[in-house]
Design a protein around this ligand. Structure first.
Ligand code: GLU
Length: 486
């Protein structure tokens, strides 16, 4: 059997982490087995559509490198892959069930359905449709009350008994049929509901495994009966565990969970996010954590999907991101930083642009350890590029020295810089250590004052590497400015 799996998002906004995790797991399974990964757009709930979200969803997949074999726009035989382009197929299917006595038209008005629900709630009965139109007489009455209404089509569910579905992760799960009403298959606007479209398409697109979030498990008993009614074989169900926040509550923005493209804007790397998402509900063993995409493809099997809820921990994502940043080649990282540094809104000041690539390449090795997100680069690297540093002159006075002492030290440091021709890390370190001795100040005091003078900050990469990269001219000028400031 060739595996055919699908990611079936509804275009109701930007794809969130839980949603894209489903995409990733399906993609991994397809790639692991040499199967087919399909993207199907489930846009049947017209009221919830958000314009532009199909493009956003596809953009997110592209950014993460989750390529699809069939999807919107593909000229493959199982298309079209957008449900609103398949309305006739669903209508035919609904009509077939009506003819076979497995579904029926319902003319009840929303007002009546509401009243039924309220009455049932008060009587402490399961809410849901009371099946009036399932009987001829009821349907006749409803039609009389509502002659101009367009009917919906409802599926005839058993009124009692158990419905069992087999889930790959959870085993047999049993549902009480009495709690499930005659759900709608086709709405009065001619659009199918999720249940009908999902089942029909999974069959027609020859989906072998349905891998989706656990939130969809309650739909499974309805789907099972629909497959039976059509005489279709049901794909294997694989429900992925819930994703919770670290406090074990429902995952939300508060936990740092954002839409996938927001993670891009925050400066995360796609491979770091993929690694992080893969571990939300899957593990290879007790300890392995770092997986490249290729590793994941190699190891991913549904057998290792976990049943317990996964915990979304944004700090873990930061950790992964730092790890992947440290793993990038200098040139690749430098290229990746350019758009962040040149961003008109959050990047470097205009007079530092365009970024000198060669200079940037020399900075990257100094800063990579400290970078957790690419978005931190403008702030972290700005002192390398700014023409004038803005800082508090008080920072120039190291602990244990007064302003005069600091001035003497910086004057001597300026003279040393001026007199140093071999502007190398080793030479700079040797001269400044000798200078501290000569001035009879602690190295920490001298180095601290110089660091603030040339970087404008107290925390920066190792001093002599920084001086070497900044270059003699900049350092001399900055030491002079610092002296003036003092
Ligand atoms: N359209 C559903 C969603 O947005 C798909 C659920 C499923 O995979 O069956 O998640």
């Amino acid at each position: 059997m060739t595996v055919r799996v699908r990611y079936a998002p509804s275009p109701t906004g930007d794809p969130h982490v839980g949603n894209i995790r489903s995409a990733l797991f399906n993609w991994l399974y397809a790639r692991h087995t040499g199967g087919t990964f399909i993207v199907r757009i489930e846009d049947t709930d017209q009221a919830r559509l958000v314009p532009g979200s199909v493009e956003t969803i596809l953009d997110a997949l592209r950014w993460l490198g989750l390529d699809w074999d069939e999807g919107p726009g593909s000229q493959t035989p199982h298309g079209p892959y957008v449900q609103s382009e398949r309305l006739d197929i669903y209508k035919e299917h609904a009509a077939r069930l009506i003819i076979e006595g497995k579904a029926y038209e319902c003319y009840c008005t929303p007002a009546r359905l509401d009243a039924v629900r309220k009455a049932r709630q008060q009587a402490r009965q399961p809410t849901g449709y009371d099946r009036r139109c399932r009987e001829l007489e009821g349907a006749r009455q409803a039609r009389e009350e509502n002659p101009s209404a367009k009917p919906v089509v409802r599926f005839k569910m058993p009124e009692e008994g158990n419905i069992t579905v087999n889930d790959f992760v959870r085993g047999e799960v049993t549902f009480d049929a009495a709690l499930l009403d005659d759900f709608v298959l086709l709405k009065s606007d001619g659009y199918p509901t999720y249940h009908l479209a999902n089942v029909v398409d999974d069959h027609l697109m020859e989906i072998t495994h349905v891998m989706r979030a656990e939130e969809w498990l309650p739909s499974a008993p309805r789907h099972r009966l629909l497959y039976e009614a059509f005489g279709y074989e049901m794909p294997r169900l694989i429900h992925l565990p819930l994703i919770l926040g670290p406090d074990r509550s429902k995952l939300s923005k508060r936990h740092g969970a954002a839409s996938v493209l927001e993670f891009r804007e925050m400066g995360y790397l796609p491979d770091a996010l993929v690694n992080f998402l893969a571990l939300l509900g899957w593990s290879l063993d007790e300890s392995s954590e770092v997986f490249s995409k290729d590793d994941l493809v190699k190891h991913f099997t549904p057998e290792r999907i976990l049943a317990n809820p996964a915990v979304f921990n944004i700090e873990k994502l930061d950790w992964f991101n730092g790890l992947y940043i440290r793993d990038m080649d200098d040139a690749v990282l430098a290229d990746a930083l350019v758009p962040w540094l040149e961003d008109p809104e959050h990047g470097l000041p205009a007079n530092a642009l365009p970024v000198n690539r060669e200079y940037l390449a020399s900075i990257v090795p100094l800063e990579r350890e400290r970078l957790k997100r690419l978005s931190e680069a403008p702030e972290m690297l700005s002192f390398f590029f700014e023409e004038r540093l803005h800082y508090d002159p008080a920072l120039l006075v190291p602990k244990g020295l007064d302003a005069d002492g600091a001035r003497d030290a910086l004057e001597a440091a300026l003279a040393t810089a001026d007199g140093t021709d071999d502007w190398s890390v080793a030479e700079l370190e040797a001269s400044y250590r000798a200078l501290a001795e000569r001035l009879e100040v602690k190295t920490g005091q001298l180095f601290g004052a110089v660091r603030v003078a040339v970087t404008g900050r107290t925390a920066a990469p190792p001093l002599f590497d920084t001086l070497a990269v900044l270059g003699k001219e900049r350092c001399v000028a900055r030491l002079r400015t610092a002296l003036t400031a003092l």
